[in-house]
Write a protein that binds this ligand. Structure first.
Ligand code: SF4
Length: 347
């Protein structure tokens, strides 16, 4: 199945017309028959319809905003990277547990920037400031950057920029599979391409508008064949009837595809694995139920352990004995299917 993102409406800051990419995008969407409207600021968009939280969310996910990023600074991105690389915000997917639904507000519209050279210029300065250390940038802190890549080419440009930077590294994560345009990028091993995976039972129920696990696994094989450093994030992990077998199958199928596609000399030593168990905050639960009133996400507080978070609000995680069982299970799966992989964490 193809997940071509075609926005219903596009807003643009007039300043984007000063950049070749901005001009091309505005003309392209007009030619496609999409409603294209100027807006004063890419931060305050009025004109996205929707009277209920659910309708506003859906309409926002079909809205693309094209802007110019003026700030000379990037947000920090501890502990996974030093900085966020701001290329895209949000994504057209509608995963019920997406944390961006909490952080991006009620209308998480998709936003892209057209001044890529300037953005990468800031990255270059930040790399210089930390020499001789290596500086890591995360490209998916507030987005899934792949669905809009067909329009902007921003990821490819960033990947090739980091390919030329001996002291810069790039990483991002995606659930999307439209990766062919990135296969010939000159990455020089400086970009780690991570795929977010889950078992079919979970993707079908909760990750609306995203490719199937099988499609993601096939895309990860292509990325490995193109010699990128690769990683899998299995998240969020749920306990349900048959969860062990479902996740075991996912790991087995991933290992089978990678074995087929791996370049000669590749070993699972070069693979990173991240495991994140499902957790929720009271605020996220309220938001999720506003947008997905019939959600079947397991969010019963009494079934979980309450844990205070570092930012003052607490979250509901699985109980300690359940966590222990899950952690042991995933470490054992990693050992079995990717014996040398680097398990970054299980949380
Ligand atoms: S694909 Fe990622 S960014 Fe997009 S809705 Fe799902 S979780 Fe959120």
């Amino acid at each position: 199945m193809s997940f071509e993102f075609i926005p219903t409406r596009v807003f643009y800051e007039p300043g984007v017309l000063d950049y070749p990419l901005g001009k091309t995008l505005v003309e392209r969407f007009r030619r496609m028959g999409v409603t294209v409207t100027p807006t004063a600021s890419h931060n305050r968009i009025t004109g996205i319809p929707g009277n209920t939280p659910a309708a506003a969310y859906r309409e926002a996910k079909r809205t693309l905003v094209i802007g110019v990023r003026r700030s000379e600074m990037f947000q920090s991105c501890k502990p996974s990277a030093h900085y966020q690389l701001p290329l895209v915000t949000s994504c057209p997917g509608m995963c019920e547990y997406c944390y961006l639904a909490t952080t991006l507000g009620k209308k998480p519209y998709v936003r892209v920037y057209v001044n890529l050279e300037e953005i990468l210029g800031v990255a270059s300065r930040l790399i210089q400031e930390r020499l001789p250390e290596i500086t890591q940038f995360e490209g998916a802190a507030t987005s899934d950057p792949v669905p809009v890549e067909r329009y902007t080419g921003a990821l490819k440009q960033a990947i090739e920029f980091f390919g030329r930077e001996p002291n810069g590294r790039f990483r991002f994560v995606t659930k999307y599979t439209d990766v062919d345009s990135l296969l010939d990028a000159q990455h020089e091993g400086h970009t780690r391409f991570r795929f977010s995976l889950n078992c079919e039972e979970i993707v079908d129920k909760f990750e609306h508008g995203t490719p199937s696990p099988e499609e993601r696994i096939i895309a990860s094989g292509k990325i490995l064949e193109a010699d990128y450093p690769l990683g899998f994030i299995i998240a969020p992990i749920f306990r349900f009837e048959g969860w062990q077998e479902a996740y075991r199958r996912l790991m087995e199928r991933s290992a089978e595809e990678l074995a087929k596609r791996a370049p000669s000399g590749w070993s699972s030593e070069q693979l990173t694995l991240e495991f994140i168990s499902h957790r929720f905050t009271s605020k996220a639960k309220t938001n999720i139920l506003g947008v997905f009133p019939n959600s079947s996400l397991p969010m019963e507080e009494e079934m979980r352990k309450f844990k205070y978070g570092q930012f003052g609000y607490g979250k509901y995680i699985y109980r300690p004995e359940e966590m222990k069982e899950m952690k042991e299970f995933f470490h054992a799966q990693a050992k079995c299917y990717f014996p040398l992989a680097h398990v970054e964490y299980f949380i």
